[in-house]
Design a protein around this ligand. Structure first.
Ligand SMILES: Cc1cc2nc3c(=O)[nH]c(=O)nc-3n(C[C@H](O)[C@H](O)[C@H](O)COP(=O)(O)OP(=O)(O)OC[C@H]3O[C@@H](n4cnc5c(N)ncnc54)[C@H](O)[C@@H]3O)c2cc1C
Length: 393
């Protein structure tokens, strides 16, 4: 389906911005695991962080499809995928839940600096013993007068080490399962909150992830984002948007890999001819192209559905699964086509592979996307119910 004039204009704007302000390979940041603060600030100044946010909340009101196209464009033109991952975690796990579940006061307090690049957001749902089974979380929220007290540990929190505010999911009553989950806005300076140094991840290394501990964190009543019973909806809303949009950067990255692979296969000569003349090399390139053409419509579809106010749970799960597997396979192909050069760190494709592997795990593992699709297709669930409000997977 054709993109609108407005979206094409945005696409050109984002491409020009990326070339001008987000150039450079970022190999050092990847090696050292360093967050690109200047890149982040530039994104804030250029209005990238406000693209999907309604104008009434201070954003650009461009919608999800426009944002997906913008992310695809960034993925194609920016080598530091860690920065783009951090940006997506901020938007889908932080900003959008505040837009959709926040009160007027919460929006006024947090959105201005989250949109202009002065602040960073993230969310804590996963725990050491609650990964795929996320709603079995044990981080507790109990009332103390008007306040809430949070205790627990959240693992693998994207942006955790640099975040100014975290959306923390906690249970107010484990016996209620999903129906007992609430979410809270927890400012970084909250007494009792601490975050580990960045975890030593295989990929997406310039997007710092950390373990967040909360010991008796006192949150005033106006820090409650989604009340008990609405926390799971807040989390699922965040995941539905994220699964579509975060994968868009990998579609862009696959386009860049394809261009590079074609150039390389034309220029590199062996046995007196360009390696692209060998069918086993050409076939890899053709497969890379097919993966892009099957991935792009899936992520665009989620944008269109959400912009029409429709559900996209099934579509988001399918897109997440398909695009992440495609990104891993195309990165493997790109490494192989480039031979020993593809195996070098400065060659960038080995980093693409490490970055893409994360996509099979974050936003719910690909195995869990299959479980979710099976449930949405009406198949019996393999998962136990944990409380009266539980919807398996
Ligand atoms: C780069 C990255 C960023 C992340 N960012 C965040 C973040 O910002 N906030 C946050 O809260 N979390 C974050 N996570 C954590 C992520 O959500 C979890 O890693 C994920 O949900 C899986 O949990 P787990 O790692 O504990 O694996 P487990 O749940 O222990 O799973 C281990 C294996 O068992 C499989 N498995 C488990 N249950 C089933 C089942 N029922 N059927 C079939 N297979 C199953 C899984 O698919 C997986 O292969 C991030 C992870 C990564 C890699």
């Amino acid at each position: 389906m054709e993109l609108t004039e407005d979206i094409i204009r945005l696409q050109r704007e984002v491409e020009a911005f990326a070339r001008e302000r987000l150039g450079g390979s970022g190999v050092e940041r990847d090696r050292e695991g360093v967050f690109w603060r200047d890149g982040w600030t530039a994104c804030g100044e250029a209005g990238i962080l406000g693209i999907p946010v309604p104008t009434a909340c201070g954003g650009r009101g461009a919608g999800l499809l426009a944002t997906i196209v913008a992310m695809e464009t960034l993925g194609r033109n920016v080598d530091d995928l860690g920065l783009l991952f951090a940006l997506n975690a901020h938007l889908w796990a932080g900003v959008i839940p505040i837009v959709r579940f926040g009160s007027e006061t919460q929006r006024r307090r947090w959105l201005p600096t989250l949109l202009d690049g002065r602040s960073v957001a993230g969310h804590g749902a996963t725990e050491p013993d609650a990964g795929s089974d996320v709603f079995s979380m044990t981080t507790s929220a109990r009332r103390d007068g008007e306040d809430w007290i949070l205790d627990g540990t959240k693992s693998f929190v994207a942006n955790g080490p640099v975040a100014d505010v975290l959306i923390v999911y906690a249970t107010t009553d484990p016996a209620l399962g999903e129906a007992g989950i609430a979410s809270f806005l927890v400012p970084r300076e909250t007494p009792g909150l601490s975050c580990s140094p960045p975890l030593d991840k295989a990929g997406l290394r310039s997007a710092p992830s950390g373990t967040v501990s909360m010991e008796g964190c006192r949150i005033p009543a106006d820090g409650l984002l989604a009340k008990p019973g609405d926390g799971a909806a807040c989390f699922n809303c965040s995941m539905e948007w994220e699964r579509g949009a975060i994968l868009a950067m990998h579609v862009g990255r696959m386009e860049k890999q394809l261009d590079d692979a074609i150039r390389f296969a034309r220029e590199r000569r062996q046995f007196g001819r360009p390696i692209g003349a060998f069918q086993s090399v050409a076939n890899r390139i053709v497969d890379m192209k097919i993966r892009i053409e099957t991935s792009r419509p899936l992520v665009h579809r989620i944008g269109r559905l959400k912009d029409e106010g429709r559900q996209a749970m099934m579509e988001a799960a399918i897109a997440k699964l398909h695009v992440s597997e495609a990104a891993v396979q195309s990165s493997l192909d790109a490494v192989q086509i480039m031979g020993s050069r593809g195996y070098l760190r400065e060659g960038l494709v080995e980093r693409d592979l490490r970055d893409a592997l994360g996509a099979r795990i974050y936003s719910g593992t690909n195995e869990m996307q299959r479980v979710l699709v099976a449930r949405l297709l009406g198949l019996p669930s393999s998962l136990p119910a944990r409380g009266p409000g539980d919807r398996p997977a």
